[in-house]
Ligand binder design. Structure first.
Ligand code: FAD
Ligand code: DLZ
Ligand code: SF4
Length: 520
């Protein structure tokens, strides 16, 4: 047979299953297409990073002697739709089959599945190959999940610790504990210095990708100016080295902290390189474990980091493939509000939100606590509908791929999956944001006030949310204390909070300032 091997934009790994033991004459295809750049208005840095990385990867395959067809976005004959372009190339090169590793999105997976042999279009059948670049496959997750009522991360994570042997000593967890989360919640101290992330030389290939994206997707939300993403494996390895040396020792302590100035703190910023395939999750976890074994980083940091990759990353992926497509329709709290317009501008006086959105605009990045407890928490409390919020997160982050974005947004942030992922919503008042960082010091609102013109809007919104969802949440044992506090409040206080929240929500501008309504 003479296959066309379609390598998708997030499959840039030499170890990719479809690239092993290729028959003579096989053609590898990578395709830049307009449709993938627009199904949500992706951040220009995300598109440029992907195109630059795709172009470098194609050159590396060619240098290794592989025959490669690279479709550029501005090629005249480009069909501008991924599957149609691949089919055009297969015909052009006289291929009799198209092989592709499982894509990172249900949308493409379904479209491909309907074209596989036996499912129609037998003239040019597609073949789906399992993606083995993770610790687990969707089948592994389904086997683990079988018969369980809830899918708790902690159980899955311990199962994978044992299976992988990561941070295990004679069958027991290193340090005698599975979880060091209680050591990983230090708020931001004053005058803490953060490591400076590496920058990478922008060669002609990277510059061309940046220029192309500026001209073709320049109207999308997000600036290209501070583009520093790694776009080759060598650059990604430099990022990993930097993380291990400069960030990992303090990663744990400040994992949950918020900073008004630093977008990155001690976070690894490795998610995009991992999701593109430039780094493997296994090598990253092994490198972190080695840092611990050699005494270069404390266990709470290393365990906390490995938990994110071996635990959360595998867990959300398993959940996604096991639960789609129904998962995407979940709206357990019946949320119906459009996205606040300032999510596309940062134009708000709420300092924590303003900074999270500005950092997103400038870097196509915000760290986990900003996504979860600032923008996410705000959207949860306001009742933003899942599809609007999911489209936003999918568009604005360089690391966004639906398999990881959707469970995090719909499940973790919005509690819209009926509690499958989290035993309670991650809702919080301004007090939490004040405790974890320094935004409130710069804000016109006061996190200690609940009503009045200076009151932090998170506070009344929080109680409004708690009241509004009493029917769904009150029986939850983890929410009992909160409902106890609400019930002990005097009626006039409750009424004042309600009015404060209602007035705020009535003023909230959800006109589609930008980007909304562009979903295909
Ligand atoms: P670090 O803090 O250094 O963590 C190390 C690594 O662990 C990350 O690189 C990532 O690969 C993994 N990780 C950490 N948290 C999670 C998590 N909750 N789920 C899965 N993997 C995790 N991550 C994405 O990769 N793509 C997304 O589209 C994405 N969307 C998100 C949307 C929302 C609403 C939320 C709350 C989280 C989302 N995350 C997503 C998870 C997490 O916020 C990012 O992985 C992280 O902020 C990336 O920065 P980092 O590499 O510096 O992470
Ligand atoms: C996100 C994205 C963008 C912007 N452009 C492309 C592209 O031109 N070609 C491509 O193969 N993939 C692109 N992607 C990623 C896809 O939207 C999709 O998430 C992955 O292909 C799924 O594996
Ligand atoms: Fe955010 Fe409220 Fe603090 Fe302002 S006072 S930064 S809105 S938590």
């Amino acid at each position: 047979s003479k296959p066309l091997i379609l390598v998708l934009g997030d499959q840039l790994s030499a170890s990719l299953a479809s690239l092993q033991d290729l028959p003579e004459g096989a053609v590898v295809a990578l395709c830049e297409v307009d449709e993938e750049g627009r199904y949500v208005p992706h951040h220009p840095q995300k598109i440029a990073m992907m195109f630059a990385a795709m172009r470098h990867f194609a050159s590396e395959l060619e240098a290794a002697g592989q025959s490669v067809h690279y479709s550029r976005l501005d090629d005249d004959d480009n069909r501008q739709e991924l599957l149609k372009e691949a089919e055009r190339l297969a015909r052009l090169h006289d291929c009799d089959e198209i092989r592709v590793v499982r894509p990172g999105e249900w949308r493409l997976y379904e479209a491909i599945r309907s074209r596989t042999a036996g499912a129609g279009n037998a003239a040019l059948p597609w073949r789906l190959i399992e993606d083995d670049r993770f610790f687990t496959t969707p089948d592994d997750f389904a086997a683990w999940a079988k018969g369980r009522k809830t899918y708790r991360l902690e159980h899955f994570y311990r199962h994978l610790r044992k299976r992988s042997g990561l941070l295990m000593d004679d069958g027991q967890p290193a340090g005698g504990q599975w979880n060091f989360d209680h050591d990983n919640r230090e708020p931001l101290p004053d005058h803490l210095a953060f490591p400076t992330p590496p920058t990478h030389e922008q060669d002609a290939t990277t510059k061309a990708a940046l220029a192309l994206v500026a001209s073709r997707f320049g109207e999308h939300f997000g600036s290209l100016e501070a583009f520093h993403w790694p776009v080759t494996r060598t650059q990604a390895l430099a990022e990993l080295e930097h993380f291990l040396e400069a960030c990992l020792p303090d990663f744990g302590r400040f994992q949950d902290a918020l900073s008004d100035q630093s977008p990155f703190l001690f976070h690894s910023r490795l998610s995009a390189a991992l999701n593109l395939g430039l780094l493997s999750p296994i090598e990253v976890c092994e490198a972190a474990e080695e840092a611990y074994r050699k005494g270069r980083a404390p266990l709470n940091s290393v365990e906390g980091f490995i938990r994110q990759i071996l635990g959360w990353r595998e867990y959300v992926r398993g959940l996604y493939w096991t639960r789609m497509p129904d998962y995407k329709r979940g709206n357990g709290l019946a949320a119906s509000r459009d996205l606040p317009a300032f999510f596309w501008t940062g134009d708000t006086e709420m300092r924590c939100l303003k900074r999270a959105i500005e950092m997103t605009r400038d870097h196509a990045y915000a760290h986990h606590i900003q996504r979860l407890m600032v923008t996410g928490n705000f959207a949860l409390l306001c009742g933003v509908k899942p599809e609007a919020l999911c489209d936003w997160y999918l568009a604005v982050y360089a690391d966004a791929c639906e398999w990881v974005e959707l469970p995090n947004t719909l499940g973790m942030v919005l509690h819209a999956d009926g509690g499958l992922m989290g035993s309670k919503p991650y809702c919080a008042s301004g007090k939490y944001i004040d405790r974890m960082g320094d935004h409130c010091k710069q804000c016109r609102y006061d996190p200690k006030q609940v009503t009045g013109t200076h009151a932090c809007p998170f506070n009344s919104l929080y109680w409004h949310f708690i009241e509004e969802h009493r029917d769904v949440l009150a029986d939850n044992p983890r929410m009992k204390l909160i409902y106890g506090s609400l019930d002990r409040m005097k009626d006039d206080k409750r009424e004042a909070m309600r009015q404060q929240a209602d007035a705020f929500l009535a003023r909230l501008d959800t006109t589609p300032a930008y980007g909304q309504g562009q979903h295909l």
